[in-house]
Design a protein around this ligand. Structure first.
Ligand code: 13P
Length: 690
């Protein structure tokens, strides 16, 4: 069942990631197209007058970067806490938006995939419902997503992705979209694109006639048109079927000076034609007008027709002429068509026999150094070879390859770490190869507030006998309530089973009614004391400061301290476990000197695993214990850290102990519930024999 869930979660994650990557990328390579789409939405919401252009352009770049980056992050499974939630929030918003466009039809194409893939509003809605379900699944079981890269290297993926996609958008704004998905790409025969093939579906219309007779009005169609006694009032024609629409429509050129339609003449012209395209001269970038004028001069010298196609008003055209000294003829073409033709204002198109053979943004116009001969003899006058493959290769080399190499390196590093850890956990290997003093393995019981004196003494006796009969492979300690200590000490053989208290006072002695001092504990024959248990922190308000005093007194009285630390469920979910545990150690034991440290045993006990039956997985426990050892190493040096016993506690049982104890950093367990029965406790102790 769990396996199936993991498979489903990862399929959903892949589907979402690939969709977000694709939709983000096609938007990023065409930021102006994305901006136009956002404008369409704002117009449909009657908000376009309130939102300035730079906001929609920034929004377009930001939206593309967000979608692409979230897609990549999901694919790599980085930032698992926040990314699935952001994706879910986006899917909720997008689905609501598509419900609206499906119902009210304010825009014809949602623009999800820019111009690369066009979906009907119905298809978009269906797609978003599927993705929304996937987003819910992924957000609910985000931890089932398999990481492609380890946590420590996440930052590389995060930064590289965001920088890459924002730079891509900026480059495409400066130049032209790296991939052109519109019907005016280089190589397009504009006239052919306008043709309607024979037998193509025709649009259908129905006309209704409103007629009147004897004061009564009625609707008729051609099929039931009435006799002449009826008087005609009005008629209505509605389109009932769209019919075939050629990829290029609404393309026409009207010469402003004469009002003549010159579309046919331009598209049928044999040879070259330059078309300077500016949807709006009022908003056109005029920084490169010198280059445009030079190209116009070149065109005049070589008798190449040159027109400026625009949808601007006479006033704007005149302003442009005054500003740039333009002498070329101006023509009128539909604004939307011009915005579709080239994503640059202004931009330049070169036609040869009505076929587009060159497109330039105003930032990358051909220079006079290139225009030295008739176009037929120049490279820019030839149809360029299709370089789609090389552009795809560029994307692969600049984005996919570095991330792929990083992933491979990361996986190899993780694998070699795993091998190293395996070697470390192999005791024979360690014995021969390392010849290092192996730190103490310990299983300690914490009876908490259970068992009366007689029951406690009986259990202690039973444990002592069992272990005397069969020597354990580890140190064994039982920590009992204060009232049991002296009696239990009588029945234990101290060389087989150690004895500890569950607490001691933070005062040396005196008028502290109800308290038991460290020296009293020691006087019972006990050698250990548990301090810092989460139950004492939680229910008896023991702060780091109080615990520090207790630790000092316990050590001063010759007791060894089993010092507990661990995080709550909320803290783990917020991925703060390292921070919490470090603060607990820093607050109460890291002030000790190296000599005193030798009497400290650490017990990591995640609070969410105590008495809940919910054990931390052996990997989770190992990860934490390795972390604890690393901060002990930082403080007391590597050697001291290697000799510090660090235990795991929290629903540890005979059934899971072997797996937990097989981990290289886990030196045993602090056992609650399972220490109250000799057989259960012995089962855990025996895990060291496996
Ligand atoms: P349990 O293993 O019984 O949940 O308790 C763990 C514990 O708190 C030991 O100190």
């Amino acid at each position: 069942m769990k396996k199936l869930r993991i498979i489903i979660v990862n399929i959903c994650r892949l589907l979402l990631a690939l969709t977000f990557i694709l939709s983000g990328y096609v938007k990023a390579v065409d930021p102006l197209g994305t901006q136009y789409k956002l404008d369409d939405y704002l117009i449909a919401m009657s908000l376009s007058d309130y939102v300035p252009d730079f906001v929609t352009l920034g929004g377009a770049v930001g939206l593309a970067a967000l979608e692409f980056s979230l897609g990549i992050f999901l694919l790599f499974s980085v930032r698992r806490r926040i990314v699935p939630r952001l994706i879910l929030a986006m899917m909720v918003f997008m689905t609501a938006l598509t419900v609206w466009i499906y119902a009210a039809d304010p825009v014809k194409d949602c623009g999800c995939f820019g111009d690369a893939i066009k979906l009907t509003n119905g298809e978009t809605l269906a797609k978003n419902i599927v993705l929304l379900v996937c987003a819910i699944v992924v957000a609910r079981w985000r931890k089932d997503m398999k990481r492609l890269i380890s946590k420590s290297n996440q930052w590389i993926v995060l930064n590289y992705t965001v920088i890459y996609i924002v730079l891509t958008s900026l480059y495409c704004l400066y130049a032209l979209p790296t991939f052109d998905f519109r019907p005016y790409r280089v190589g397009t025969d504009i006239k052919k694109g306008m043709e309607i093939p024979e037998g193509a579906e025709q649009p259908e219309f129905v006309t209704t006639f409103i007629m009147k007779k004897d004061g009564q009005t009625k609707d008729f169609t051609l099929e039931n048109y009435p006799d002449s006694t009826w008087e005609f009032v009005d008629s209505k024609t509605v389109q009932t079927k769209a019919g075939y629409e050629p990829p290029i429509h609404d393309f026409s050129i009207t010469l402003n000076s004469t009002g003549e339609d010159i579309t046919e003449a331009v598209l049928s012209h044999k040879g070259y034609t330059f078309l300077l395209i500016s949807p709006h001269l009022g908003y056109a970038d005029d920084s490169n007008f010198g280059n445009i004028d030079q190209i116009y001069e070149y065109a005049t010298d070589y008798k190449v027709p040159f027109y400026c196609l625009t949808a601007s008003t006479e006033k704007d055209i005149q302003r442009w002429i005054d500003m740039t000294g333009a002498e070329y003829p101006f023509c009128t073409t539909d604004e939307r068509t011009l915005k579709t033709v080239i994503r640059s204002n202004p931009g330049l198109l070169l036609l040869k026999d009505g076929v587009i053979i060159g497109k330039w943004s105003h930032n990358q116009l051909p220079t006079t150094d290139e225009l030295t001969a008739p176009l037929g003899k120049l490279e820019i006058g030839q149809m360029p070879k299709d370089n789609t493959a090389s552009r795809i290769l560029k994307v692969l080399m600049t984005f996919v390859l570095p991330l792929l190499l990083l992933t491979i390196a990361d996986r190899m590093w993780a694998w070699s770490k795993w091998v190293r850890n395996k070697e470390k956990s192999n005791k024979l290997y360690q014995f021969f190869k390392n010849n290092r003093k192996m730190r103490k393995k310990i299983v300690a019981g914490n009876w908490k507030m259970n068992l009366n004196l007689q029951e406690g003494v009986a259990l202690a006796k039973e444990i002592n006998e069992a272990l005397a009969a069969e020597k354990p492979n580890c140190d064994v300690v039982i920590c009992t309530p204060f009232v049991h200590l002296a009696s239990v000490a009588q029945v234990l053989d101290a060389s087989v089973v150690g004895l500890g208290a569950e607490n001691c006072a933070n005062k040396e002695k005196g008028a502290y009614t109800g308290e038991v001092s460290a020296s009293m504990v020691k006087s019972t024959g006990a050698q250990y004391v548990i301090l810092g248990h989460s139950e004492r922190r939680q229910y008896y308000g023991e702060t780091a400061e109080i615990l520090k005093e207790k630790v000092d007194l316990a050590l001063a009285n010759g007791l060894k301290v089993i010092f507990c630390c661990g995080e709550t469920l909320e803290e783990r979910e917020a991925e703060k476990q390292n921070e919490v545990v470090k603060a607990e150690l820093v607050g109460s034991v890291f002030h000790l000197d190296a000599e005193a440290w030798k009497n400290i045993i650490i017990a990591y006990e995640p609070i969410w695993a105590i008495g809940t039956g919910k054990t931390a997985t052996s990997d989770q426990a190992e990860e934490m214990l390795a972390y604890i050892r690393s901060i002990v190493a930082e403080k007391y040096g590597k050697e001291a850290a290697e000799e510090t016993s660090i235990l795991y506690g929290g629903s540890c049982k005979a059934s899971n102990a072997p797996e937990l104890f097989s981990k290289p950093n886990i030196d045993g367990g602090l056992i609650g519930g399972a220490s109250l029965k000799c057989a259960d406790f012995k089962g855990i102790i025996d895990a060291w024999k496996k």
